[in-house]
Write a protein that binds this ligand. Structure first.
Ligand code: M6R
Length: 607
C-alpha cells in the first residue's frame, strides 16, 4: 500500500532521507509521489503522479530545504492517480500537510459537513477531509495536538497518518489505526515510516505504534498517547537485527531473484524455530475441536499445503479458508472450541486481520504465523510463531511461502508425536527429510537455472498456461500459477488434476501448455492418467518430476527433474522453487519488472 516516511534531523537535509526512505518502500506498490518540508517556518510541498525518480527530478524535489519533513508514495484507493490526488494533502491555508495510508470510511459525511462550512477540496481523495477537519477544530483556539485528537476520534476506517504543520514547525504528529506505522530514533533525530526497511539505513531502534495511538515526534524523542483518552504510553524501543544490506538486492537484478536464491538459508533459519513457541502453538492447535487455516494469496496456498500435511502427518482435519471469505462462510459456526490459525507474511493484511477480529469476538483461539515481528498479527494472536524468512521486498511472495509450509510441517510433526500418530521410525525419517529440505532447494536452484532459462525461452510467447497437480501438489500448482499470473500477466489456470475433466479440459486444444507437478508418492500413479488426458487433446506437456521418472519423462514434451527422495508431503517446499524461477524468467524476458507487478502491493492493508 502507500509508503510513508517522515523525519526530524539535526544534520543534513530531510529531503534526502525522505526520498531514500520512499525508495526503500517502492516494493509496496505506488502510483504517485509527494514530499513536504518546513524551512524557516515556511512549508513547501511538491507532488505528482509518477515514479519517485521521475517526480523528484521533474519537480526538483532535492532542492527543498529543511530538517523536518515527510514523504509519501500513493497507491490509489479513492480517486485516480493524479497530481491533485497525490499526497500530501493540506488544509485551506496550506499550513497543515498530511499523508495517509488506509481508507477513511466516513469521509463522505465528513466532507459534506466541511463543504457546508465553505471548505474547498482540490482532490477526490478520502484523505483530504482530515487536514480540513483539523483546520476547523483549530478555529476553537486549541493547539494542533488537541485538534488532531478530536479529529482522529471522528474518523472511521484505517489509517497511518503523518502531519507536518507550520503551527508547530519542530514537531511531527503521527497516528495509527489498522495501517502499520513504525517510529525510529537515532543520534541524528527521529523517524517514522510505514515499514522497517525505510528506517534501517538510519536506525535499528524502533517502536511500533499500535491501533488507537498517536505519537508526537520531536528531534530527541517521541511521546506516544492513546487517542481515546490521551493517556501516555511507555514502550521500550526494539532492536531490529536486519541490516540495511539484508534489505537490499545484494547484486541480484531483482529482489525476487535474490529472494528465490535466499531460500536455502531462510529455510535453515526456519528450522531453528523457538521450541517453546512451537510447542505452545501445537498445544493450542491440539485443543481445538475444529481447526481453520486462514490466510490470503500465497499465504493461503501455504495453508492449503498445510492442511494436507496436518492430515497426513498428524491426522488432523483442518479447513483452509481465504481470509476475505472466512466470516461469510464460518462466522455463524466459529466459537470457543475453534482454533483459527492465521498465516500472513506481513501480519498486516486487512482481510486476515478482519477475520481474526471476528474470530476473537466469538471466543475462538487465534494463532498466528508471520514474518513480521511486532506486526498486528503478533499482537492479536494468543500465540504466534515468527517464520524467520527475513525481509521480503519483491511483491511476489517466494521465500515466505516455503518458510510458511516448513513451519506448518514442523507443527504437524510435533502433533504427530504428541498424539502418537506415527511410529518412532516414521517420525525420525520425516524429521531427517525435513532437515534436508534446504539442501534440496539449493541443489535444485543450482542445477536448474539453465534448464529453466531454456524452458522459459521456449514458452515465453504462450498466451495461456494450465497448472495441474494432485493431492498436496494441487497447492504447488496453485502457487506456481499465482507466480506466473501475477508477474507475467499471462492468463493461467490451476486445478487439482482430477478435477480438470469436470470442465477445464474443454479449453485444451493443440499446443496449450499444461504444467504438471508430479513428485513421487501416493498421487504419482494417478497423475499419469491426467497427463494422458491432456496429451491426447493436443496439449504440450511440461512436467516437474523426480529425476529419472521414465514414465513421466516419456509422456512429457519438456521436463524439470528434481532431486530423488523428496517425500510427497514435503514436496511443495522444494517443487515450487523452479516454478518461481520460471515465472521470474518469463517476466524478465517479457520486459516486465517482477518486483513491482501492476496493480499489486506487497501488503494489502485496505478492505
Ligand atoms: O502478508 P500476507 O502474507 O498476508 O499477504 C497475503 C497476500 O497479499 C500475498 O501473499 C500476495 O498474494 C502475494 N503478492 C503473492 O505473491
Amino acid at each position: 500500500m502507500c509508503g510513508i516516511f517522515g523525519c526530524i534531523i539535526r544534520e543534513g537535509e530531510a529531503v534526502k532521507l525522505i526520498t531514500d526512505g520512499l525508495k526503500r518502500l517502492e516494493y509496496r506498490g505506488y502510483d504517485s509521489t509527494g514530499v513536504a518540508t518546513i524551512q524557516n517556518g515556511q512549508m513547501s510541498i511538491r507532488k505528482d503522479k509518477g515514479r519517485i525518480e521521475e517526480v523528484v527530478s521533474n519537480l526538483r524535489i532535492l532542492d527543498m530545504e529543511g530538517q523536518i519533513g515527510l514523504g509519501h508514495t500513493r497507491w490509489a484507493t479513492h480517486g485516480a492517480p493524479s497530481m491533485e490526488n497525490a499526497h500530501p494533502h493540506t488544509d485551506s491555508n496550506e499550513s497543515i500537510a498530511l499523508i495517509h495510508n488506509g481508507v477513511i470510511e466516513n469521509y463522505l459525511e465528513l466532507k459534506d459537513e466541511l463543504l457546508e462550512k465553505g471548505h474547498i477540496f482540490k482532490s477526490r481523495t478520502d484523505t483530504e477531509v482530515i487536514p480540513h477537519l483539523i483546520e476547523e477544530e483549530m478555529k476553537n483556539d486549541i493547539g494542533l495536538q488537541e485538534a488532531m485528537l478530536r479529529v482522529l476520534r471522528r474518523l472511521r476506517g484505517s489509517y497511518a497518518l503523518v502531519v507536518l504543520s507550520t503551527h508547530e514547525p519542530d514537531r511531527i504528529f503521527v497516528a495509527r489505526n489498522e495501517s502499520p506505522l513504525v517510529l525510529g530514533i537515532s543520534d541524528n533525530g527521529t523517524f517514522c515510516a510505514s515499514d522497517v526497511p525505510a528506517l534501517l539505513p538510519y536506525t535499528n531502534q524502533v517502536t511500533y505504534l499500535r491501533n488507537g495511538e498517536m505519537a508526537v515526534m520531536e528531534i530527541d524523542g517521541y511521546q506516544i498517547l492513546k487517542i481515546s483518552d490521551e493517556t501516555r504510553v511507555g514502550r521500550e524501543t526494539q532492536e531490529i537485527t536486519w541490516s540495511p544490506e539484508m534489505a537490499e538486492k545484494q547484486g541480484y537484478k531483482h529482489y525476487m531473484l535474490k529472494e528465490i536464491y535466499e531460500q536455502p538459508n531462510s529455510l535453515k533459519d526456519g528450522l531453528r524455530l523457538q521450541e517453546r513457541y512451537l510447542d505452545l502453538l501445537t498445544q493450542f492447535l491440539d485443543r481445538g475441536k475444529e481447526v481453520f487455516l486462514v490466510a490470503a494469496g500465497t499465504s493461503f496456498h501455504s495453508c492449503l499445503a498445510g492442511s494436507y500435511i496436518l492430515s497426513k502427518i498428524a491426522r488432523i482435519t483442518s479447513i483452509p479458508v481465504v481470509s476475505s471469505e472466512f466470516m461469510e462462510r464460518y462466522g455463524s459456526t466459529v466459537g470457543i472450541d475453534s482454533v483459527v490459525l492465521t498465516v500472513s507474511q506481513s501480519g498486516e493484511t486487512y482481510d486476515t486481520l478482519k477475520a481474526i477480529d471476528q474470530a476473537r469476538m466469538r471466543a475462538a483461539t487465534v494463532l498466528g504465523i508471520t514474518n513480521t515481528v511486532g506486526s498486528t498479527l503478533t499482537r492479536v494472536s494468543r500465540a504466534y510463531l515468527i517464520q524467520q524468512s527475513g525481509p521480503e521486498i519483491g511483491v511476489a511472495a517466494t521465500k515466505t511461502f516455503t518458510s510458511q509450509v516448513l513451519v506448518l510441517a514442523q507443527m504437524a510433526l510435533r502433533l504427530a508425536k504428541s498424539r502418537g500418530k506415527l511410529s518412532q521410525d516414521e517420525l525420525d525419517e520425516l524429521d531427517e527429510k525435513l532437515q534436508k529440505v534446504p539442501d534440496w532447494v539449493e541443489e535444485s536452484l543450482e542445477k536448474l537455472a539453465d534448464p529453466i532459462e531454456k524452458l522459459a525461452e521456449s514458452i515465453m510467447d504462450e498466451e495461456l498456461f494450465v497448472f495441474l497437480g494432485r493431492g498436496i501438489s494441487s497447492a504447488t500448482a496453485l502457487e506456481a500459477r499465482l507466480k506466473v499470473l501475477e508477474i507475467t500477466y499471462v492468463p493461467s489456470l490451476a486445478y487439482p488434476a482430477g478435477e480438470s475433466k469436470h470442465g477445464p479440459i474443454s479449453i485444451i486444444e493443440d499446443g496449450v501448455t499444461c504444467v504438471f507437478v508430479c513428485p513421487q508418492g501416493e498421487t504419482r500413479p494417478h497423475i499419469v492418467g491426467s497427463i494422458m488426458e491432456m496429451k491426447s487433446r493436443g496439449a504440450r506437456i511440461i512436467s516437474i518430476c523426480e529425476e529419472g521418472d521414465s514414465d513421466i519423462i516419456r509422456l512429457s514434451d519438456q521436463v524439470i527433474e528434481m532431486p530423488k527422495g523428496i517425500p510427497e508431503v514435503l514436496s511443495p517446499i522444494v517443487y515450487i522453487a523452479p516454478m518461481q524461477l520460471l515465472a521470474y524468467k518469463l517476466a524478465v524476458m517479457k520486459g516486465l519488472d517482477p518486483d513491482m507487478p501492476r496493480n499489486l502491493a506487497k501488503s494489502v492493508t485496505v478492505p
